[in-house]
Design a protein around this ligand. Structure first.
Ligand code: SF4
Ligand code: SF4
Length: 171
C-alpha cells in the first residue's frame, strides 16, 4: 500500500514533530518500524532532508491533510500517527511502541471508536499498528491479525454474535 498524496492544510507544518521518523519502516534505509531513524535529530529534524528517501518525501500524515483535526491530533502530541493509503479507505493508526495505549486517551479514544463503527458500515477498516503488528479496531475491542506482508488484505466477518478478522494473503 502506498501513502496517499494530497494537499496539506494551508499553514500547517510538521514543526518539531518527527513521529513518522520513528513509527514507520523506510525500506530505502532498511529502517524498521517503531525505531528512530538514525538521521532524525532531536530539535533539528532530518539531517539528510534534501536527500531523504522518496518514502519520506512523499508522506504526509492525516493530521497534515485534514483541516477538521485540531492541534491535539498532531502526532507528537497525540503519540500516534494516522495515515491512509492509495486505493483504500483504510485508516491506519500507528502507535509509538513506547506508548502503545496513547490512542485510548480522550479525546482520541471516543473519536477512533466512532470512526471504527462508521468504517464497518462503509465496509472499510480502522487499523491499529504497533511495531508492524496489526489489529482491526472495532467499536468496542480490537482483533489482532499479526504481521502483514505487502498486498495482504484483512477480511472482516460477523457470525451474528461477534466479528472475526482473517488475513487474505496477496496473490
Ligand atoms: S507525523 Fe505528520 S506532522 Fe509529524 S513529522 Fe510526520 S508528516 Fe509531519
Ligand atoms: S530519512 Fe529523514 S525524513 Fe526519513 S525517516 Fe529518516 S529522519 Fe525521517
Amino acid at each position: 500500500m502506498e501513502p496517499v498524496l494530497h494537499e496539506t492544510v494551508p499553514g500547517r507544518a510538521c514543526g518539531s514533530c518527527m513521529m513518522c521518523c520513528k513509527s514507520f519502516p523506510v525500506a530505502e534505509l532498511a529502517k524498521p518500524a517503531g525505531r528512530w531513524c538514525t538521521h532524525a535529530k532531536a530539535g533539528r529534524g532530518c539531517s539528510i532532508h534534501d536527500a531523504r528517501p522518496g518514502t519520506c518525501s512523499a508522506f504526509f500524515c492525516v493530521w497534515m491533510r485534514n483541516p477538521t483535526l485540531g492541534e491535539e491530533w498532531k502526532p507528537d502530541r497525540a503519540k500516534f500517527v494516522m495515515s491512509s493509503f492509495a486505493g483504500s479507505e483504510v485508516l491506519a493508526i500507528t502507535v509509538d511502541p513506547a506508548q502503545p495505549s496513547a490512542w485510548k486517551r480522550e479525546p482520541y479514544h471516543s473519536a477512533i471508536r466512532g470512526w471504527a463503527g462508521a468504517a464497518i458500515e462503509a465496509r472499510s477498516q480502522v487499523l491499529l499498528i504497533n511495531g508492524g503488528r496489526v489489529s482491526v479496531i472495532l467499536p468496542n475491542t480490537e482483533l489482532d491479525v499479526g504481521v502483514l506482508s505487502p498486498g495482504d488484505q484483512i477480511a472482516l466477518s460477523h457470525d451474528g454474535q461477534r466479528f472475526h478478522a482473517r488475513v487474505v494473503k496477496a496473490a
